[in-house]
Write a protein that binds this ligand. Sequence first.
Ligand code: MD3
Ligand code: FE
Length: 231
Amino acid sequence: MTSPARRRLGWMMTTDLFDDLPPDDGAAATQTLAPGAVLLRGFARRQAPALLEAIGRVTAGAPLRHLVTPGGFRMSVATSSCGALGWTSDAHGYRYTTHDPQTGLRWPAMPPVFSELARDAAACAGFAGFTPDACLINRYAPGTRLTLHQDRNERDFGAPIVSASLGVPAIFLFGGQRRSDPVQRLRLIHGDVVVWGDASRLNHHGVLPIKAAHHALLGDVRINLTFRRAG
Ligand code: MD3
Ligand code: FE
């Protein structure tokens, strides 16, 4: 497959504008942010309405809630989960569970539109065969932020994490292995997907406070889906 831009320009130029892209692989909008970290601009845009409908169904069964960190702070992000495992936090620590502690029920099943998106995005980034068993749903109201952290509660760091952004934009912080490493800022908008694997899997990351904005489908919120192989 050839990108529309490359097709349009192909007759009049050589490849110099596209030297950062692999040749002719259909990955026209892919960008490597760091070793193992691949940005797929707009990858989830087409599926966004179906994703939102599925988010509505999942959160009807497992409501979004503000978890409390082990340190006793209420998270400003509201969280839910689906899949065989869901992520939770309380005074005892961060962990994955098979049941939602708030309802006592199993986490809702992962909707096929979720798992297919995660699998396809991972494959596009070079991680064929990714089958997530957990999806965290994070909802950001205006002003909500996520402080710099690592994701270390998963069993297998060999699997990537896939994240999809919906709604209003966010400035994402992408650091290194050590908390003190320099941090890149990346603006993520509706439909953007990032695959974080290999050398970037344990990098620190966070989200700056969400600026007041409006999105046609989501209003003033941002929703982020993160797909993991947790168990
Ligand atoms: C880079 N969520 O839920 S997704 C989280 O936008 C979380 O809701 C953010 O961090 C959000 O834990 C960021 C992007 C992300 C997720 C996991 C990563 C980036 C990552 C793991 C390693 C490196
Ligand atoms: Fe994280």
